[in-house]
Design a protein around this ligand. Structure first.
Ligand code: KG4
Ligand code: ZN
Length: 340
């Protein structure tokens, strides 16, 4: 069975073809660049970009998979959480296509998509697991009891980790998204040269906070009389990155120890960060956990993970129909309330 996965919840227009829930036949991602100078995603621009990109992106995904539209057996589409205008582009397109092809449609939770990167990376992963999901909009420590059954153990009380990278990048004059650029600029920097705060570090507390860190960065820049440059900038950013990675890894391992799970894993756009991947892997392995860190291309937004969740929902008989709507939040979707 071939599932076409479609993702338009934020600033990536993405489509992929997944065969039998495992084999990625194609994955095409169009990352919008229109937001570069704004320090964050401008929702109205994002929906317009999706409208222009959706047909070429899906066409390319089918071409790369060497199939025609008739070769699509089902369509999975992100319908929550995300920017409503963006979600509507993907969902409306998916509905029209499902109707014209006469195939089932299934709405997918974007966060579950990030979790499924782990399953695509290692279908035989031992559950239960503790999964750190870190993206531009979410930072959660989630227990995967089994595929489809999750419990959130901790979350950020304010900014998401990716948001902290992006907001600090904006402050330093970097373009959006700033996470990858900060990682590059931090290479060779001394992560212990600046003492940035780690919030809520009492043992047992699995919630996180990154807004204080952002403020500390702003005050430090003022103290220094401006944004540092050269090696000093590398030191500065390596220290900032370390503060985020430290809090994320420490709390994820606390959660894994409390739950006594065999496996620790990682997902979401910030999981593309090399320092986070390395530190989580090293510390989890040192404590005897199995570790799954999916390839970067499966961590940042993509259609393959959406198709993978879609396949599992189809297997469970949980398909939707053409009344499928969208929801800005996960909570609203759970309560059956739709925002449109
Ligand atoms: O999951 P994602 O692609 O989209 C959302 O669901 O939000 O995550 C995007 C976020 C952005 O905040 C971006 O700055 C961050 O992930 N990000 C990174 C890196 N690559 C992407 N943050 C730190 N280091 C990276 N290499
Ligand atoms: Zn995402």
């Amino acid at each position: 069975m071939r599932v076409l996965g479609i993702e338009t919840s934020c600033d990536e227009t993405a489509a992929a073809v997944l065969e039998d829930g495992r084999r990625i036949l194609s994955s095409v991602v169009f990352s919008q660049t229109i937001h570069a100078d704004f320090g964050g995603v401008v929702p109205e621009y994002a929906s317009r970009e999706h409208t222009g990109a959706i047909v070429p992106v899906v066409d390319s995904a089918l071409r790369e998979a060497s199939i025609s539209y008739d070769g699509v057996d089902a369509i999975a589409v992100t319908n929550r959480p995300g920017l409503v205008g963006c979600l509507l582009v993907g969902v409306s397109f998916a509905k029209a296509l499902a109707y014209s092809l006469g195939v089932p449609i299934v709405g997918v939770d974007h966060i579950e998509g990030h979790i499924f990167a782990v399953r695509l990376a290692d279908p035989a992963v031992t559950l239960p697991a503790v999964c750190l999901v870190v993206s531009g909009g979410h930072t959660e420590i989630i227990a995967i009891e089994e595929w489809g059954r999750y419990e959130t153990l901790g979350r950020t009380r304010d900014d998401a980790a990716g948001e902290a990278f992006d907001k600090v990048g904006k402050l330093l004059g970097l373009s959006y998204p700033a996470g990858p650029e900060i990682e590059k600029l931090a290479v060779g920097g001394d992560a212990w040269s600046y003492d940035f705060p780690r919030a809520m570090m009492e043992r047992g507390n699995l919630d996180m906070s990154f807004s204080g860190l952002k403020t500390a960065v702003r005050y430090k820049v003022e103290d220094l009389g401006g944004v540092p440059s050269g090696k000093a900038l590398a030191d500065f950013l390596a220290s900032f990155q370390e503060a985020i990675v430290d809090a994320l890894v420490t709390k994820t391992l606390w959660a894994a120890e409390e739950r006594a799970v065999p496996t620790v894993c990682l997902g979401g756009g910030v999981a593309a960060n090399g320092a986070l991947r390395q530190r989580l892997t090293e510390e989890a392995e040192a404590r005897g956990f199995g570790v799954v860190v999916p390839p970067k291309s499966l961590c940042t937004d993509n259609g393959a993970v959406i198709a993978a969740v879609g396949q599992s929902l189809i297997d469970a008989g949980r398909v939707d129909d053409l009344t499928l709507s969208v929801s800005a939040s996960r909570e609203a979707a759970r309560a059956g309330r739709h925002v449109s």
